[in-house]
Design a binder for this molecule. Structure first.
Ligand SMILES: [Zn+2]
Ligand SMILES: [Zn+2]
Length: 173
């Protein structure tokens, strides 16, 4: 599988590196990083002051050269009625997106001794693995340590591990 990472807006090199590393560690895939793209003009919702996640997925699909194309953006995303999303993907689709905006926001509440930068990197890795997981056909998993567990807050992201549980792993073989 070839995954093309499509940076949308100003994405720092560390984020691209962590995202590539996370994907390679979990999936049997080649990862490339596309040229940076401008944030889609019409994705901004003025009343919410947030960006529509779907338009980032559409952009990744349009410009990406992979079988799977993952947009990464520092912009704050929302989807339908949810206040915000860390990422979005359609089951079995070719495009997905993650936002780093809220992954930096808070500490892990003393969950570990790691630095803020390490915690942030881990969150990025887990979120990219999670969204690409949806595109290879995985749904949310009840195992709270599985990377496919639904994690609406950073607390749950920090709790889960950067890997698929045994049953999710078997599903993609
Ligand atoms: Zn999900
Ligand atoms: Zn699982």
């Amino acid at each position: 599988m070839h995954v093309d990472i499509v940076p949308v807006g100003e994405v720092n090199p560390g984020v691209k590196r962590e995202a590539s590393g996370g994907l390679r560690s979990v999936y049997d895939c080649n990862v490339t990083v596309h040229d940076q793209q401008a944030v889609p003009d019409d994705s901004f919702d003025e009343s919410r002051e947030q960006y529509r996640a779907e338009e980032f997925i559409d952009l990744a699909k349009r410009v990406g050269s992979g079988e799977k194309n993952l947009a990464i953006t520092p912009k704050d995303l929302f989807y339908h009625r949810r206040n915000y999303v860390f990422g979005l993907a359609y089951l079995g689709g070719s495009g997905s997106v993650i936002s780093t905006y809220r992954l930096r926001t808070s500490s892990d509440g003393g969950f570990s001794q790691r630095s803020a930068e390490e915690i942030f990197s881990d969150r990025v890795r887990k979120e990219v693995v999670h969204e690409v997981g949806h595109t290879v056909g995985l749904e949310h998993c009840d195992n709270k340590f599985c990377v496919m567990n639904f994690s609406p807050t950073v607390r749950e992201v920090d709790q889960k591990e950067e890997r698929l549980c045994g049953s999710c792993q078997r599903e993609i073989l």
